[in-house]
Design a binder for this molecule. Sequence first.
Ligand code: NAP
Length: 466
Amino acid sequence: MTTTNGGRPLRVAVIGSGPSGFYAAEALFKDASLKVEVDMIDRLPTPFGLVRGGVAPDHQKIKSVIKVYEKTAADPRLRLFGNVKLGKDITVADLKAHYDAVVYAVGAESDYRMNIPGEDLAGSHAATEFVGWYNSHPDYRDSKFDLSCESVAVVGIGNVAIDVARILAEDPEVLAKTDMAGYAVDALRKSKVKEVIMLGRRGPAQAAFSPAEIEEMGALHSADLVVRADEAELDEESKKDYASADINTKKNVDYLIKAAQKGEGTKGRKVRLRLLVSPVELIGEGGKVAAVRIEKNKLSRDAKGAMRPKGTGQFETLKIGMILRSVGYFGVAIPGVPFDEKKGVIPNDAGRVLAAAGGEKVPGQYVVGWAKRGPSGLIGTNRACSYDTAAKLIEDFKGKPLSDDGLKTAAAAEKLIRSKKSEVVTFTDWKRLDQLELEKGKAAGKIREKFSSVSEAVEALKTARV
Ligand code: NAP
């Protein structure tokens, strides 16, 4: 038996190479007294999770956070095993055999549904699918979106909703210079969409978007942001809340009131922000979405003081050819890992995994990021979240004896992983792919052209290695 302070290093597997995974590794490395080795395992051959596959291509500045993750990846104590899927290529039992601790940083890969009639008609999609498609995510590159219609509805008014609405309304020539998938730029160039209708179920004081995002929408040169004055006005209760509201809420409210005064504008496309309305039914024609029926809402305070929407019985039907629901992400269960079906997260007590919500702790298992607290917060929010979990992990292991069965070594773990998956992508391999993507982008006059297929990335790597 040895200890983390004197004997063999503490062996940690971090599952997922998005922001929360990298921040977890960073936090473990920051503790100078901890002897630790981290293997990061990702199902994709490319790292950085939602920074690569989620952040909008016209928001390149946000992606510069990758430099921080590259610094962590350059630490010799970290290895990346990309293109390895937990639950398919390797199992939780494999991890238990080769690591002292596992940190799940798997995010929330699915989405909430609206649960309204017609939701499964053709032309009704999750916004996450559209985001993955334009960001070259291998899961979504073959998705098809009918952009031959004039009106598209986006349900929800969070930052993801704003992203997808902006991408639909933006000048494709602006997007063409970014790292957006080439096939998506081509499709958007042919788009006939003139109107994007965003549907918010509550009012301006409850909008989930950030002030910077809505202001950017109002400043597009290709589209006008159109807000109805009657919907921008605060109800009496929200007016009371405004006085003590946070700065972002105040900014949103002030901005929307001003935007409502601008009217229709003169630009070719319109982003119509509707407030206090809920979709209640999707109406189809020939199996495809043709309209959305919406109901006007009124807000009232619930027992906890939050403003909740309630249907008024007043309905309206909007003609649309496509609808993207952007009503929140939801986690996906991994075989062998506890999962809270109701919340879509891995049940945990401040980052320590529990067998079930409110149940016993599962020794040596931890969770960070959206898989821990649900799909909320900006990229930076994950730093504090991962540091908190890492502190619990360190507390559980520091100074404690570690088993010496000979399996918990870097060599044994690598042998196991490579025996189960022939095409493992290391961080050095990723840097090769990175270079290839940048070169391809340069040749096409854009920042980057990403690999959107796992097999293409793997093949390119084989060639690049020789
Ligand atoms: P979100 O911020 O939670 O927004 C979800 C939206 O869906 C809200 O407007 C919500 O309304 C609405 N909604 C939920 N259920 C609904 C229903 N049944 N019918 C109608 N509307 C419904 O989630 P998100 O937009 O997916 O973003 C996830 C996180 O990523 C957020 O923290 C976000 O800030 C972050 N993000 C940031 C950026 C950026 O900084 N640029 C970009 C993308 C994402 P209620 O408020 O009424 O519940």
